[in-house]
Design a protein around this ligand. Structure first.
Ligand code: SAH
Ligand code: SF4
Ligand code: F3S
Length: 457
C-alpha cells in the first residue's frame, strides 16, 4: 500500500487529463475512459501540468492527425521532466487509433510514452494504467469479440459533462467496408453493434442526468442491428422508434451513415418520427463512378442520389451533410468536375472535405497515379468555395422562418445562449428566451456562414 492508495486499493489524490483528437467516437470514448478512471479514484484536471496521468486519445485518419500526436508528446515530455524535478511523476499513455495502428512502435519512437492501448481494450484500462504507473511499459492492442462497453462502468457522470443537455451514445463500432483510402477497419476492427438493452439503459441514464438530445454514433451507424422483442431482427429505424419512447429524450440524431445501409425502415422513420431531427450526414466522398469504384465504396453516384431523393420524399426539409475527398489516385479533372456536379445536384447544408492522405497499409497508398499535392490543393479550394456557398445559402434560407431550438450552453457574450436548430445549426439567442435544456420556438433574424441569430417567436 502506498501513500496514494486508500484501504480499498484505489488511488487517491491522483489527477488525470485526457486530450481527444479525431471523431465524435473518440469524444465519446474519452468520456467513458474518464468514467473508468474516476471509478478507480482518479480526479479530472483541466491543467495538464498537474496531471499524474496524461492520456492522448488519438486519430490516425490522415497523416497530419497522426503526426500531431508526436509533436504533442514532445511538449508533454517537458511537463513530465518538470514534474520529476519537483519530485512528482507523470504517466503518459496513448489510446485511440494511432495506438492501434502503431502499437509498440510508438514507444520506440517516443520512449517517454509509458502506455499504449487500442480502442477495443478500454475495459482493461484500470489494470493497464496501474501497470504503467508501476513503471512497466505497457502495450495492448488485442481485438476482442465481446464489446468492451459490456465490461466498462456504466456511463453517466462523465458523459454528461461534455455537451450538457446533448450527448453522444455509441451504438455501433468498427467497419467491414474497407474503402481503399481508410484506416478505420484496421484501427477499430470489424463491425459490432451494442445490444438494444444496453443502448436503452444508457439512454435512460442520460435522460435522468438531464440530457434532452442524443446523437447515436457509429463508424457505420446505420449498419447497426440487434434483436428486438421476441427475437425479431431490428435495424437502426426500429431502435430509433424505441429510443423515442424514453422519457425526457426529445431529440434524436445519428452519424455517420453509409449510403448502402440506408434501408427503407430508416428512411420511413424520418417521415414519421417527430423526435428524429431532419439532418442526415451521408458521405459520398466523390462524384465519379470511376473513383467511387477505385475507392471500393460499393455504390455509384446514382445509388447515392437515389437515397437522397427517397429521403427528401419523406422529409422535404432535411439538411444533408457529407464528406468529400479530393485528389484520390487517378482523379482526373473530369472526375473532379463530377464531384462538383454531385454537390450542385444535392445541395449540402454542411460538409467536411479533405485532401487525400495516403495511409500506410491501405490499398490506396500503393495505387499508381497519385495526384500531386498542388493539384489536390487547388481542387480542394474550388470544392470548399462551392460547399461554403451552399452552407451560407442553406442558412440564409432559414431567415424569417420559425424553428424549435434546444438551448445548449452559455454563449461567448454575456447574456447570450447557444442553441441547436433541428438542422444542427448553431443559433445565438438572448438568455431571456429560456434556460439551458429548454426547447423553445424562435424566429431567425440573421444568418451567417456558421451560425444563425434567433428571437423568441
Ligand atoms: N465512417 C465514415 C467516416 C470515416 S472517417 C464513413 O464511412 O463515411 C471520416 C472521413 O474522413 C471520411 O468520410 C473521409 O472523407 C475522410 N477520410 C478518411 N480517410 C481519409 C484519407 N486517407 N485521406 C483523406 N480523407 C480521409
Ligand atoms: Fe472508412 Fe469506408 Fe468504413 Fe467509412 S465506410 S469507416 S470511410 S472504410
Ligand atoms: Fe480518427 Fe479513429 Fe475516429 S482514425 S476519425 S479517431 S475512428
Amino acid at each position: 500500500m502506498t501513500n496514494n492508495s486508500d484501504t480499498s486499493g484505489k488511488v487517491v489524490d491522483k489527477k488525470y487529463f485526457v486530450k481527444t483528437y479525431g471523431c465524435q467516437m473518440n469524444v465519446y470514448d474519452s468520456e467513458r475512459i474518464g468514467d473508468a478512471l474516476e471509478a478507480e479514484g482518479y480526479v479530472v484536471t483541466a491543467d495538464m501540468s498537474e496531471a499524474d496521468l496524461v492520456l492522448l486519445n488519438t486519430c490516425h485518419i490522415r497523416e497530419k492527425a497522426a503526426e500531431k500526436v508526436y509533436s504533442d508528446i514532445g511538449r508533454i515530455k517537458k511537463l513530465k521532466l518538470a514534474r520529476e524535478e519537483a519530485g512528482k511523476t507523470m504517466t503518459i499513455g496513448v489510446t485511440g487509433c494511432v495506438a492501434q495502428a502503431e502499437g509498440k512502435e510508438i514507444i520506440r519512437r517516443a520512449p517517454v510514452v509509458d502506455l499504449v492501448a487500442g480502442p477495443q481494450t478500454y475495459h482493461k484500462l484500470p489494470t493497464l494504467v496501474a501497470d504503467a504507473v508501476a513503471g512497466k511499459k505497457t502495450v495492448e492492442t488485442e481485438f476482442e469479440i465481446e464489446n468492451k462497453f459490456t465490461k466498462m462502468p456504466v456511463a453517466t457522470r462523465a458523459q454528461t459533462r461534455s455537451r450538457g443537455v446533448a450527448a453522444f451514445l455509441t451504438v455501433q463500432e468498427g467497419c467491414d467496408k474497407f474503402c481503399t483510402f481508410c484506416v478505420v477497419p484496421y484501427t477499430r476492427g470489424s463491425e459490432t453493434s451494442r445490444s438494444v438493452g444496453q443502448v436503452i439503459d444508457e439512454a435512460e441514464r442520460l435522460a435522468a442526468a438531464g440530457v434532452r438530445e442524443i446523437t447515436l454514433l457509429g463508424q457505420n451507424v446505420n449498419a447497426w442491428h440487434g434483436l428486438g422483442p421476441s427475437n425479431t431482427e431490428w435495424g437502426l429505424g426500429e431502435l430509433l422508434y424505441k429510443l423515442a419512447e424514453v422519457d425526457g429524450i426529445e431529440r434524436l440524431r445519428y452519424m455517420t451513415s453509409h449510403p448502402i445501409d440506408m434501408d427503407e425502415g430508416l428512411i420511413a422513420a424520418h417521415g414519421e418520427l417527430a423526435s428524429l431531427m431532419p439532418y442526415l450526414h451521408l458521405p459520398v466522398q466523390a462524384g465519379s463512378d470511376k473513383i467511387l469504384k477505385a475507392m471500393n465504396r460499393h455504390h455509384t453516384r446514382d445509388d447515392y442520389l437515389y437515397v437522397i431523393e427517397r429521403m427528401r420524399a419523406v422529409r422535404p426539409d432535411i439538411a444533408i451533410s457529407g464528406d468529400f475527398i479530393v485528389g484520390f489516385p487517378g482523379e482526373s479533372e473530369a472526375d473532379f468536375e463530377e464531384t462538383l456536379d454531385i454537390i450542385r445536384q444535392v445541395g449540402y447544408a454542411s460538409a467536411f472535405s479533405f485532401k487525400y492522405s495516403p495511409r500506410p497499409g491501405t490499398p490506396g497508398a500503393g495505387m499508381d497515379d497519385q495526384i500531386p499535392a498542388d493539384v489536390a490543393g487547388e481542387r480542394l479550394q474550388r470544392l470548399q468555395a462551392l460547399l461554403n456557398q451552399q452552407q451560407l445559402d442553406f442558412n440564409k434560407n432559414c431567415l424569417d422562418s420559425e424553428m424549435d431550438v434546444l438551448l445548449e450552453k452559455p454563449g461567448k457574450r454575456e447574456g447570450q445562449l447557444i442553441a441547436r436548430s433541428p438542422y444542427l445549426q448553431s443559433v445565438i439567442v438572448d438568455r431571456s428566451v429560456g434556460s439551458v435544456g429548454d426547447i423553445v420556438r424562435v424566429k431567425i433574424t440573421e444568418a451567417a456562414p456558421n451560425s444563425l441569430v434567433g428571437i423568441s417567436a
